[in-house]
Design a binder for this molecule. Structure first.
Ligand SMILES: NC(=O)C1=CN([C@@H]2O[C@H](COP(=O)(O)OP(=O)(O)OC[C@H]3O[C@@H](n4cnc5c(N)ncnc54)[C@H](O)[C@@H]3O)[C@@H](O)[C@H]2O)[C@H](O)CC1
Ligand SMILES: [K+]
Length: 217
């Protein structure tokens, strides 16, 4: 049986786990990164030159933590910020500090064609409007050269609740859903962007009396 969630429900469960249960944001980010590493390590992906694209929110924090884990395993990886890193959330800046201390390489403007695998850690459940023009162009360029993309939590550009495309959406080979599968990757057009959808437990706790809006399938 699969329980689907809306992005609002996922955010509520994230908050409950952090504020009521007391699992810290950094622990959830680390578990998300370890869960993604588990998928990447299963042998189905070319890890010869991994490019991690990171946004300014916690989806980006997941990506930076994953880049650090890959680097520590001597896998060739580089981090590229999408957006102004100075405007990033504290959790992102903290992960960046750790990654830099571990020597994770940064790239300003990567050549997607050189990457054997792109990790999409730009937007997750926090996407709340159409992608900025510049990012839409980048997404269309990456889709055009058919880069292999693994999306963390949601493919960037897909509305996690409705499955609508917010201007443009990265086309992923695999989407690694943290905690629960978001409804948006089960409905077209979002479903077409998500590729194979996996779900990985990262320790999210559901309150006894929590009412899911989507019936379990
Ligand atoms: N919340 C948690 O405890 C955990 C979340 N995890 C991961 O984090 C994302 C959700 O993170 P959040 O910071 O809420 O949002 P995003 O990273 O998806 O988005 C970043 C940020 O960007 C702003 N924004 C939204 N839409 C746009 C837009 N079109 N243009 C520009 N900027 C935009 C908005 O302010 C967002 O906050 C979740 O998917 C998980 O991957 C951890 O895995 C676990 C803990
Ligand atoms: K993403």
């Amino acid at each position: 049986m699969t329980q689907l969630v809306t992005t609002e429900e996922m955010q509520e469960l994230d908050q409950y786990t952090m504020t009521t249960i007391g699992l810290s944001e950094d622990v959830l980010i680390e578990r998300a990164a370890l869960a993604a590493l588990d998928v990447l390590g299963a042998g189905a992906y070319d890890l010869s030159n991994v490019l991690v694209l990171v946004g300014l929110g916690n989806n980006g924090a997941d990506g930076i933590a994953l880049a650090r884990l890959l680097h520590q395993l001597h896998i060739p990886v580089s981090l590229q910020f999408v957006g102004n890193a100075n405007k990033a959330k504290p959790a992102v800046k903290h992960q960046l500090q750790i990654a830099e201390a571990c020597g994770v390489p940064r790239s300003e403007k990567s050549d997607f064609k050189q990457a054997s695998l792109i990790i999409d850690a730009i937007f997750g459940t926090g996407l709340n409007k159409d992608l900025p023009e510049g990012l839409q162009k980048m997404v269309k360029a990456a889709n055009h050269i058919e880069s292999t993309v693994v999306a963390l939590d949601l493919p960037t550009g897909v509305n996690g609740t409705t499955g609508q495309i917010m201007g443009a959406a990265l086309k992923a080979k695999t989407t690694i859903s943290f905690g629960f599968i978001k409804a948006g990757v089960t409905e077209n057009p979002g479903k077409k962007s998500a590729g194979q959808v996996l779900v990985k437990d990262i320790g999210i706790v559901v309150p006894e009396d929590f009412q899911f809006s989507i019936k379990e399938q």
